[in-house]
Design a protein around this ligand. Structure first.
Ligand code: ATP
Ligand code: MG
Ligand code: MG
Ligand code: MG
Length: 439
């Protein structure tokens, strides 16, 4: 992408309404624009990151054997009457009446709709196990939308639903989700710690939230510091193996780690004092096993091996896709701007032409641009006539992992400058080598 033809409305001033760094940088970097309270337009740069995050989620869901689909944002109230949640959900649910006076709503989550799809089409244990998911906009009329995309009213969520014959199979689905979420967050450069949590309006007993530690997080968390030493990494795992998935769950949840809702002082006191931590965290996902809560209420049954009709065991599993942008920035930035982890960066590399219009400099930039694209990378080429200082400030703000700076003086010696956004270190080297280094 050439900056002269892109739409990157960078702000010079720090917007007064933004209280936390991720919100400030997302506004300043021209990633989002508020449309109304808690509702945002995703400008091209923000949209690119959103898509990257979405792609990682799809890839990891596919790896775990889960099937993507899409359900509508506007639903009829009927199914919610059946489950009993229409009244229970309260004022967070945005209720709409259509021209025929029918009660509709903007989906805050989709247990009812997916259960209805399931009961319409699945009737035998032979079609189980089944896990369906979508990535779709949700709406919750949050009493205090704030911190930009962190607590929006409209937000983008991955929501998955498992259907299993037995509790044991459903708990395997739960564990499988835990494993796939660990991988998912790590690919985004995040450490998200599974913590025992409260199930809220979704219901059920077994539930873990995934929390990214950050001072600006809205949840208070208590944990054994040993847990922060765990990483899933590049392990091979057989997602069909109950034992392997259970072993990962045990490894990642056996140490004390809870949110304030389930915090237990007496248990926490058993953690050695030097390892006890109280901190704040951002909830970036949650997994639930809630058994037959919805299948009982809505008559989602299958015939088992003996021919009996039994309600299916279910769970649901969410990732806060749009919130993740904020969480990643909270976890990875400095005073100049964002520092994108490689896995989610909107562009892989910035190219700064120090003298746009100079024949040699233009030619060298074009060659680097073409070489990066040829190896499948997405560069952002600043070919504008801004002064160098402003170009650097923009590149630092938008946080691409690499910058290649090209100017007539370096070119005389056959070199360009390669700078790492994370370390700030620069190196002079021939253009081809700079390209190789990024690849
Ligand atoms: P919170 O405790 O922050 O209100 P929640 O527990 O109500 O979140 P879930 O029902 O577990 O949310 O939804 C799954 C995920 O969707 C959450 O883990 C979170 O990352 C994201 N999410 C929930 N509410 C919002 C929101 N208002 N804005 C952005 N993301 C959200
Ligand atoms: Mg909530
Ligand atoms: Mg919560
Ligand atoms: Mg939650």
């Amino acid at each position: 992408m050439r900056l002269s033809r892109y739409f990157l409305p960078v702000l010079k001033e720090t917007p007064a309404e933004a209280q936390i760094v991720s919100h400030r940088y997302m506004l300043r970097a021209g990633m989002i624009k508020q449309a109304s309270a808690g509702i945002y337009s995703w400008l091209p740069l923000g949209y690119r990151v959103l898509r990257k995050i979405e792609e990682i989620i799809h890839e990891e869901q596919a790896r775990a054997g889960h099937i993507p689909m899409l359900m509508p944002t506007i639903q009829s109230s009927d199914l919610w009457q059946e489950s009993g949640r229409y009244d229970a959900y309260g004022p967070e649910m945005l209720r709409i009446r259509d021209r025929h006076d029918r009660d509709m709503l903007f989906t805050p989550t989709a247990e009812e709709l997916i259960t209805d799809i399931f009961r319409s089409h699945v009737s035998s244990y032979k079609d189980l196990p089944l896990t369906l998911y979508q990535i779709q906009w949700k709406f919750r009329d949050e009493i205090r939308p704030r911190f930009g995309v962190m607590r929006g009213r409209e937000f983008y969520m991955k929501d998955g639903y498992n259907f299993d014959l037995t509790k044991e199979d459903a708990l395997h689905a739960y564990n499988r989700h835990l494993v796939s979420y660990l991988r998912t967050y790590e690919r985004m450069g995040l450490q998200a710690i599974p913590m025992r949590a409260d199930s809220g309006p979704i219901g059920g007993d077994d539930t873990h939230e995934f929390l990214v530690l950050a001072e600006t997080g809205e949840s208070e968390v208590f944990y054994d510091s040993e847990i922060t030493e765990l990483t899933f990494g590049n392990r091979e795992i057989d997602y069909d193996s109950h034992e392997q998935c259970r072993a990962v769950l045990e490894e990642f949840t056996s140490r004390y780690a809870r949110t304030d809702e389930t915090h237990d002082e007496a248990l926490f006191d058993q953690v050695p004092e030097d390892r006890r931590r109280t901190a704040r965290g951002i909830e970036v996902g949650q997994i639930f096993y809630f058994g037959t809560k919805y299948s009982d209420a809505m008559g989602a049954t299958v015939s088992d091996r003996e021919g009996n009709q039994v309600p299916v065991h279910m769970g649901s599993h969410g990732i806060g896709v749009s919130r993740l942008l904020g969480a990643i920035i909270e976890a990875s930035h400095d005073d100049k701007g964002i520092i994108w982890p490689e896995g989610v960066t909107p562009f892989h590399c910035g190219i700064v032409n120090l003298k746009a219009g100079d024949a040699e400099a233009d030619k060298a930039c074009e060659a680097i641009y073409a070489a990066l694209r040829a190896i499948g990378l997405d560069p952002l080429y600043d070919d504008t006539e801004e002064r160098a200082g402003a170009k650097f400030a923009t590149m630092d703000l938008i946080g691409l992992p690499w910058r290649i700076t090209v100017g007539p003086r370096g070119l005389k010696n056959g070199v360009v400058e390669l700078t790492s956004r994370r370390t700030g270190e620069s190196e002079e080297l021939p253009p081809e080598e700079a390209v190789q280094r990024i690849a």
